[in-house]
Design a protein around this ligand. Sequence first.
Ligand code: 5GP
Length: 206
Amino acid sequence: MTKKGILTVISGFSGAGKGTIVRELVDRYGYAVSISATTRDPRAGEQDGVHYFFKTKEEFEQMIADGALIEYASYVDNYYGTPKDYVMQKLEQGIDVILEIEMQGALKVKERFPEVSLIFITPPDAKVLRERLEGRGTETQDVIEKRLARAAQECAYMDQYDYIVINDDLNVCVEQIHGLIQALHWKCVNQQGQIAKMKGEFANKA
Ligand code: 5GP
């Protein structure tokens, strides 16, 4: 029996560096990352099927109706959601999967899969967040203000996460998260196959 992969959710304030961290985790350690569906417009350089599956509102609502999403949420005027099939397939194949999603979605995933671990990435302080968002230059000032307002709301729910990791130094942060996910393999809840095997073997000998 293949050991199932572990599902981890990574969230964080917009501008916290999640995207870069997740990319590094994939490149260095081969994690599978779910590609989300969204109704927001592609940013310069973003490709359909690579960064997101870009959908119209109608297409997205059809995915909801078809039960094709593990979770979905509305974030700063757009829908975002996680397609179900890819995630389930990778977990069955024993590959660890990361979902990079916002907080409402993360809490829905936890309801549906209580064994999931929720990791929240935060910059060292709020000032750094504004500087990173403005420095990125991918959003209008209006959207930046909305994202900062959303970050202020999200603060209230940070303690619903299992782990908080500070992204001060990118490299350190990536290694900390990798170490954390690896350690999750040893949790009892993720060792059900081994437990069943040992029980079976002892039962046969008795
Ligand atoms: P962005 O527009 O910056 O790519 O993403 C905005 C927010 O949506 C980020 O916090 C990102 O983590 C979140 N997000 C991306 N994909 C999903 C998804 O499938 N579900 C949910 N709930 N949030 C998502």
